[in-house]
Design a protein around this ligand. Structure first.
Ligand code: UDP
Length: 327
């Protein structure tokens, strides 16, 4: 049994990670400021003696240091995430994502414990070389376009993690998540297309496909995301490396909308909306995104297993239960 700190543990992926760590017999401390995380995501764990929740910010260096001093490893998931959140407040996105990660890495260095940094497939930016290998170039647009500040902050987080490893000997590992979805995906839909579509479908509204709908994403069921994350933390050979954690199967957004319409009979029709109307004029899209999965398979023994249709079937009941928040 080990004791882990999960920053962002009240969030979507973080709360599922807590469930899995506790199921594996570990102790878990969560640090979350509840900005996008929700108390409800971890409410079912409150009676669990091996679980502790601390409300606070990763920017609070003293608190981070105190919590990290008690654990054997840190899963650092706390971040400002989602294209929409970042577009709403790019400055906060950059400052939290950079300064928070620096504080976590410094605290882990003082403690001498392993730390996993959650990055994002957003770092591949506008690259068209799908599927994306971990060693591929990242292709980001000009600084005029605020969207890319998120990818840049995450890339700098990755550089920090790798430099702390090379220069200070800290045991770091980086995972890049590809469009995770599942129960507890924020139904207020701050960007995630799956949450958006499920909310729209279950309330009988049209499904809003942005652009021509032929852009692609590799939707990854959160159970797979969590398994890959734990494998990265637990594998010796993962230290100092970056891993794609995602389902290798890419879908067009139009096909996702059609699938959801098939699974949710009351869904409205598909409605196409131009990108500019949603994101404003200074927006550049990521056209295609899918992970190369060989490195994670070879070094972590991890492969995403849940096909999209099955994952959606497991997700829809949770969205039905939380319909009141969708309307
Ligand atoms: N999208 C859409 N309709 C929506 C929300 C998103 O067509 O209601 C599109 C979005 O423009 C993007 C894709 O779905 O091309 C995935 O968007 P999301 O915000 O989930 O994540 P991203 O992969 O872009 O970070």
């Amino acid at each position: 049994m080990a004791h882990f700190l999960v920053t962002g543990g009240a969030g979507f992926i973080g709360s599922h990670l807590c469930d899995a760590l506790l199921e594996s017999g570990h102790r878990v401390t969560v640090l979350d400021d509840l900005s996008t995380g929700r108390r409800r995501n971890i409410a079912h764990l409150s009676e669990q003696p091996r679980f502790r929740f601390v409300e606070g910010s990763i920017l609070d260096g003293e608190l981070v240091e105190r919590l990290v001093a008690e654990v054997d490893g840190v899963y650092h998931l706390a971040a400002v995430v989602g294209v929409k959140h970042v577009l709403d407040d790019p400055l906060r996105g950059m400052l939290v994502n950079l300064n928070g990660t620096e504080r976590v890495l410094e605290a882990a260095l003082a403690r001498g414990c392993r730390v996993l940094i959650a990055s994002s497939s957003e770092v591949f930016g506008k690259s068209v070389a799908v599927p994306f290998d971990e060693e591929d170039d990242t292709v980001l647009g000009p600084t005029r376009v605020p969207r890319w500040s998120y990818a840049l902050a995450k890339l700098l987080d990755e550089h920090l993690a790798l430099a702390y490893h090379r220069q200070r000997g800290l045991l770091t590992v980086v995972v890049r998540y590809f469009n995770a979805y599942g129960p507890r995906l924020d139904p207020r839909g701050y960007g995630s297309v799956v949450a958006h579509f499920l909310g729209q479908a279950l309330t009988g509204q049209p499904l809003t496909v942005y652009g021509d709908g032929r852009q692609t994403r590799a939707f990854t069921f959160v159970g797979d995301t969590v398994r890959g994350t734990m494998a990265a933390m637990e594998t010796e050979a993962a230290v100092g490396k970056v891993f794609n954690i995602g389902n290798g199967q890419a879908w067009t957004i139009e096909a996702l909308a059609e699938l959801i319409r098939r699974l949710v009979p009351q869904a409205g029709p598909i409605r196409h909306i131009p990108f500019e109307r949603v994101y404003g004029p200074d927006f550049e899209e990521t056209r295609h995104r899918a992970p190369a999965t060989e490195r994670a398979e070879r070094l972590l023994g991890f492969r995403a297993e849940v096909p999209l249709e099955e994952g959606l079937r497991r997700t829809i009941p949770w969205f039905k239960e939380h319909l009141d928040e969708l309307i």
